[in-house]
Ligand binder design. Structure first.
Ligand code: HEM
Length: 213
């Protein structure tokens, strides 16, 4: 029989994976034409923050592109070595681009509220990813999975941000105000959704472990 929940889950994952790889690839549009042409609103960083800018825009897309593959159970089971190497790549990419993103946050032209949104995101992106990595090293796989989900929800902020900006622009919203709002809305709901999912899973596990009656 057709399991609707399973099919919906697979479709959602497929769509999220597709968008992640697409946004990662499109981010490299600065390679053929240069930063000033491709993303003029961050080009001011070229003067004093070129290292942070390139460290972020060249490396963060690697984390985003690798992320969905880490959740493919078939791939993980068939090629555990590849899973570990891609995991190391994901962590290294976040280490570099997270620190660079933190620096960039203090140079955004969108103002202090956007700075706070991006800077806090950078810190917890680095923190959740570090926890996921450390639990993998300790072979505490259940904890590793939980922290990877948290990290991935934040990595996915790169997709959410562009989706929300695009939708808001299509409805004629004010760009500057929308940008400040999405500096928060691109990641806070993602993080809360993952917490709600993990809580639900913990509760249903606890319920199945309770003796009947
Ligand atoms: C999740 C943590 C992240 C943080 C804290 C962060 C932070 C930032 C900041 C502060 C800027 C400059 C924005 C401005 O000056 O107004 C920026 C731009 C950018 N970020 Fe991130 N970022 C993150 C994740 C990612 C990921 C996963 C990607 C992968 C595609 C990415 C790709 C870019 C690109 C391409 C830009 C240049 C502007 C654009 O094309 O939108 N970032 N990021």
């Amino acid at each position: 029989m057709l399991d609707i929940t399973r099919v919906a889950g697979k479709l959602t994952f497929g769509m999220a994976a597709f968008l992640s790889v697409l946004v990662a690839l499109v981010s490299y549009r600065f390679v053929p034409v240069g930063v000033s042409e491709a993303m003029d609103f961050v080009a001011h960083n070229l003067e004093n923050n070129a290292l942070a800018l390139y460290g972020h825009i060249a490396v963060a897309p690697v984390a985003l592109a690798l992320m969905p593959f880490q959740f493919m159970s078939g791939l993980r089971a068939r090629r555990p070595g590849l899973h570990r190497w891609m995991g190391r790549g994901y962590v290294a990419a976040i280490l570099v681009s997270g620190v660079a993103g933190f620096v960039l946050a203090f140079h955004t032209t969108a103002g202090p509220v956007a700075t706070a949104g991006f800077a806090i995101l950078a810190v917890i992106w680095l923190g959740t990813t570090a926890c996921a990595f450390l639990f993998a090293l300790k072979r505490q796989i259940d904890r590793h999975r939980r922290w990877m989900l948290r990290s991935a929800a934040l990595t996915f902020a790169a997709v959410s941000l562009r989706l929300y900006l695009g939708i808001a622009m299509a409805f004629g919203a004010d760009y500057d105000l929308t940008y400040v709002i999405v500096a928060w809305v691109s990641w806070v709901p993602n993080a809360l959704l993952v917490e709600a999912y993990l809580l639900g899973r913990r509760r249903s596990r606890a319920a199945t472990l309770l003796p009947a009656g």
